[in-house]
Design a binder for this molecule. Sequence first.
Ligand SMILES: Cc1cc2nc3c(=O)[nH]c(=O)nc-3n(C[C@H](O)[C@H](O)[C@H](O)COP(=O)(O)OP(=O)(O)OC[C@H]3O[C@@H](n4cnc5c(N)ncnc54)[C@H](O)[C@@H]3O)c2cc1C
Length: 462
Amino acid sequence: MDDLLARLGEILGPGGLLTGAEVTGRRAGPWAGSGTILAKAIARPRETAQVAAVMKLCHEARQPVIPFGGLTGLVHGTASGPDDLLLSLELMNQIEHVDPVGRTMQVQAGCLLQRIQEAAEHEGLLFPLDLGARGSCTIGGNVSTNAGGNRVIRFGMTRELVLGLEAVLADGTVISSMNSMLKNNAGFDLKQLFIGTEGVLGIVTRLVLRLREAPASQNTAFVAFADFPSVTAFLKHVDRRLGGNLSAFEVLWRDVYDLLTSPPATGRPPLERGAPFYALVESLGGDQESDDIRFTAALEAALESGLIVDAAIARNLAERNAMWGIRDDVGQFQRFAPVTGFDVSLPIRDMDAYGETLARGIRARWPEGRVWIFGHLGDGNLHVVVGVGSADEETKRAVDEIVYRPLAALGGSVSAEHGIGLDKKPHLGLSRNAEEITLMRRLKAMLDPRNILNPGKVLEMP
Ligand SMILES: Cc1cc2nc3c(=O)[nH]c(=O)nc-3n(C[C@H](O)[C@H](O)[C@H](O)COP(=O)(O)OP(=O)(O)OC[C@H]3O[C@@H](n4cnc5c(N)ncnc54)[C@H](O)[C@@H]3O)c2cc1C
């Protein structure tokens, strides 16, 4: 290993290889209790050629390599041991080029999502991917997890926002597929191999992203519902009335609304407490004046027909940010640690019954147990947080079983947007069939025959 480290140091140059306290002093995840990084060293390449040289060497030495970006992933996809080499994209953080006519942006994988959003905005354009971790997560991490976030209902997941990609394979081969065309059906779309595959098939180094025209209007509101059928009926109503402008539909079950709008959370309730469901609804459009009228009319019609029982429309940017601040304040659940977070998808119409079954199952076993439900309901995606006072392996297994068991029958998924990582690996078979998993293994074996890239994540290799 010492010889390998010396050779890596030569490839990476001054500051390119961290060891000792520079490694163990770093936090391993997004929360205060995430612990610190365990690894032999952290490689910090500055360009693709260095990534390729590092991988070539590690392939020869059979050295496991775990790529990471902002370490905000929620499924322990970057978990490491003392003999692993971590590879950080933090020094490959440049925005290389913005094309306002073709509406594309070329970036390095370590660029923070928020910087990309701001650079697009600077050109009067929009990069639609948005999530609470925007200030810490990297575009390479977003692509590797095929992140979803707040605007999937309108613009799709990260996969839909990537036109081209460059990746380095386990043996150091560079696959440059930096297409910038919206349409390109010339053979296999190889970039898909590296989107949502969590660093097990290659290291993403550069990307061509698809941008949209920046919206000229934003309308945001919190609404309250009397029951769940009203939530689903209102989703259809507001989508129809906004004529394609609906860009977010985030639902909070009552307990989550109460938690995120009560001290010590900084959010204050935009609507009275007591309703069983609340939603944050947002429309992005082309003309503020006419969109204000359309948005208000859609909400008024819903109030009149009883689809919603209350509504608060943001009157300015500060009120809009305060509403999103409530939705994004998911760190509040950590106050009840140990808690386990889940990210499931299932048909929207089944969500209420699923939530009730879940809460019943948890309380039957842990009478003091707590279940919080919220999420991107418009995308068929719920986040579930469960706290039962313990997170030892046996408890975790029992909680997993209660959360996941109903999903297979509903045609749902054990991971809607966070990926599989280590946490969901035992449950992959609930959402993918045996032939799909076999093909995944064959692809992994072909692209990484020595199983050195993020080994043990997503799939167990024979
Ligand atoms: C407050 C908060 C809110 C969140 N909200 C959402 C949300 O709404 N939707 C959502 O989908 N996720 C959400 N997440 C999860 C997380 O932010 C995303 O998964 C994000 O895309 C991870 O990016 P990252 O740069 O932090 O990646 P990391 O955590 O560093 O890595 C994640 C995975 O990608 C791999 N990886 C990272 N970079 C590369 C690369 N360049 N090449 C190959 N593999 C790589 C890693 O090995 C790992 O498997 C949230 C997280 C937090 C903390």
